[in-house]
Design a protein around this ligand. Structure first.
Ligand SMILES: *[C@@H]1O[C@H](CO)[C@@H](O)[C@H](O)[C@H]1NC(C)=O
Ligand SMILES: *[C@@H]1O[C@H](CO)[C@@H](O)[C@H](O)[C@H]1NC(C)=O
Ligand SMILES: *[C@@H]1O[C@H](CO)[C@@H](O)[C@H](O)[C@H]1NC(C)=O
Ligand SMILES: *[C@@H]1O[C@H](CO)[C@@H](O)[C@H](O)[C@H]1NC(C)=O
Ligand SMILES: *[C@@H]1O[C@H](CO)[C@@H](O)[C@H](O)[C@H]1NC(C)=O
Length: 214
């Protein structure tokens, strides 16, 4: 299942932005912004977290939690947030703050899981069985698993998490029928990759076919 890199839909008056973990988020203001000595522009995350602000005739300021990761462009008041994580999912709003607050942008951002890559690394075999090691990787997590197969069946004998995914997502490798499947999921989406397994007991070699779900 390939997830679109970035797409924006307009839903109930609120723009939804879906993007893959590790990508950069660009958000523009949706109304004209004019700052003066008493009015500044501020980008917020989830109501209470301030991301960055821009004052009249001042250089933009990025608040501590976003230091080095966010940028506010003075010429158009756009916000850039680099390398988004699942914890960046939520509501982003921009306000002109002066005598009164005026909302000039509002987005719901949803960070999705990244695609997975499943590879067969090594196969060792004898006349009646073979062992195969598969590795499943995403941009930031990796799992390795060993299967032992005879001419008909396979079973999973070992699993090692080489790089654990973050708290919000999971990465699992399992057998389903003739396939070894790797599934990467979080609350909003999942991606998978699968490979067909079987053991040629005459040569003890693994034969397989890589199959990417579209
Ligand atoms: C705003 O300015 C930045 C930096 O020049 C640019 O990368 C971005 O595309 C601009 N956004 C719009 C909507 O023009
Ligand atoms: C931000 O708000 C969304 C709901 O809109 C919530 O699911 C998410 O957990 C919040 N994130 C943080 C870091 O507070
Ligand atoms: C497969 O692995 C098991 C346990 O690691 C080992 O006992 C067995 O000899 C191996 N079989 C082959 C064909 O390499
Ligand atoms: C392996 O497959 C055969 C034929 O499908 C079946 O009869 C047998 O019970 C299976 N063995 C195991 C260990 O699953
Ligand atoms: C992957 O995992 C998700 C969440 O657990 C599940 O909804 C989905 O059906 C799984 N996909 C496959 C191909 O197993």
């Amino acid at each position: 299942v390939a997830v679109g890199l970035l797409f924006v839909v307009f839903l109930l008056g609120l723009r939804h932005v879906f993007l893959l973990r590790g990508k950069d988020l660009h958000l523009d203001v949706e109304k004209s912004v004019v700052l003066d000595i008493k009015t500044e522009l501020i980008w917020k995350f989830n109501e209470t977290n301030n991301v960055a602000k821009c004052g009249f005739n001042n250089d933009p300021v990025v608040f501590d939690k976003y230091e080095g990761r966010a940028e506010l462009f003075r010429q158009n008041y756009s916000l850039l947030l680099k390398n988004v994580q699942h914890s960046d999912s939520g509501d982003y709003t921009a306000f002109m703050v002066g005598n009164e607050d005026q909302k000039v942008a509002e987005y719901k951002v949803i960070v999705q899981v990244s695609p997975v890559d499943l590879t067969v690394d090594s196969v060792s075999g004898s006349s009646d069985s073979c062992n195969l090691t598969v590795t499943c990787s995403t941009v930031d997590s990796q799992i390795s698993s060993i299967f032992t197969c005879d001419a008909q069946n396979c079973s999973q004998v070992e699993e090692n998490s080489l790089k654990t995914p973050d708290y919000y997502s999971s990465l699992i490798v399992y057998l389903h029928g003739d396939f070894i499947i790797c599934n990467h999921s979080n609350k909003v989406s999942w991606t998978d990759s699968k490979t067909k397994h079987y053991c040629d007991t005459r040569t003890g070699k693994f034969k397989g076919r890589k199959d990417m779900n579209d």
